[in-house]
Design a protein around this ligand. Structure first.
Ligand code: TYD
Length: 205
């Protein structure tokens, strides 16, 4: 199986960025192919304006929030992900469709099947592998607090939101076991999580 497009998912504070960097380095060495690291929302040229608007403003509806994330993804797919894949590069992306399903349905209470249908209608390219860092929400909340950064509007909702989002991620991963690498991170340190991901990726790359 040729794995070119990988997404990395999980609740806030799960350690996506750290692992994405390590996976990108490993993948580049293993495949000899440039690996583009990217993220959502806002991972495209000029994407910061839309990212800041989505994450700072509290005044729009849940449906508008969903559509804003999809607009962001449309630009990201067309300007970064597809051009990179067409050039033969690997792409590793922090957050993608599963974030939308987990946060906008699980977290912000839109209907799960409706959100799924709307995402599917967008026809975004499907990742080869989706990594899910499954961390207990209680641990994630502590990590977010200890970072001391200004919280975005999702982080401000804290534990209740993360619990719903986490349950929805599990449901999504259970529905599609063949594409998901799910790593229960509760007891594991950063190196152990990385070793687990790489050994599972090794089996499919
Ligand atoms: P992220 O950039 O991962 O946060 P951080 O600043 O910690 O790196 O994501 C920002 C927030 O956006 C996060 O709380 C999850 C949320 N989000 C959604 O609700 N739906 C989506 O489709 C995406 C991509 C992100």
């Amino acid at each position: 199986m040729s794995v070119k497009f990988i997404t990395i998912e999980g609740i806030d504070g799960c350690g996506k960025s750290t692992q994405s960097l390590r996976i990108a380095e490993w993948l580049e060495e293993r495949t000899g192919c440039k690996t583009v690291r990217t993220f959502e929302p806002g991972g495209w040229p000029d994407g910061k304006t839309l990212r800041d608007f989505i994450l700072d403003s509290k005044s729009y509806s849940a449906m508008s929030e969903l559509l804003l994330f999809l607009a962001d993804r449309s630009e990201h797919v067309n300007r970064v992900i597809l051009p990179s894949l067409r050039q033969g590069f690997n792409v590793i992306c922090e957050r993608y469709n599963e974030s939308t399903l987990a946060y906008q349905s699980g977290g912000h209470k839109l209907n799960f099947s409706q959100v799924k249908r709307i995402i599917r209608a967008c026809n975004f390219p499907e990742p080869d592998i989706k990594i899910f860092l499954d961390i207990p929400p209680e641990i994630a909340v502590e990590r977010i607090k200890s970072r001391g950064n200004k919280s975005d509007k999702f982080e401000e909702e804290g534990l209740p939101l993360l619990k719903h989002v986490s349950e929805t991620y599990r449901r999504i991963a259970d529905d599609e076991p063949e594409r998901f690498i799910r790593v229960p991170c509760g007891e594991l340190n950063e190196d152990e999580v990385c070793a687990e991901i790489l050994s599972r990726l090794e089996a499919v790359t």
